[in-house]
Design a protein around this ligand. Structure first.
Ligand code: FES
Length: 100
């Protein structure tokens, strides 16, 4: 469904981060959702009720199908956060507790 535009970035603009503890890389400026897709991760969460798989869809903050845990904080919209060096992204299974 999604694919990158032709490569125009240089190797120096690569960002190293992790997906479920595995090393990954992205282009500087990529959203977390774009970085997940670029690394072959199309499912970033499972719904709390049915367990259905969900992945980034709208890429503009509307569908909430891109929820992931970022640096230990759950329910972050991956399409609304830029990937950063050393960031730890985790896919989600089921609901996350809301921080109060
Ligand atoms: S992909 Fe739809 S809200 Fe992030």
């Amino acid at each position: 469904m999604f694919r990158r535009l032709p490569e125009i970035e240089t190797a120096s603009s690569t960002v190293a981060f992790t997906i479920d503890g595995r090393p990954a890389s992205a282009r500087a400026g990529d959203s977390v959702a774009a970085a997940l897709l670029a690394n072959g991760v199309t499912v970033c969460r499972n719904t709390p009720v049915s367990g259905a798989a969900r992945g980034p869809y709208c890429m503009m903050g509307v569908c909430f199908d891109c929820l992931v845990t970022i640096d230990g904080t759950g329910n972050r919209q991956g399409c609304q956060v830029r990937v950063a060096p050393g960031m730890a992204v985790e896919t989600q299974n089921g609901k996350r507790e809301v921080e109060r």
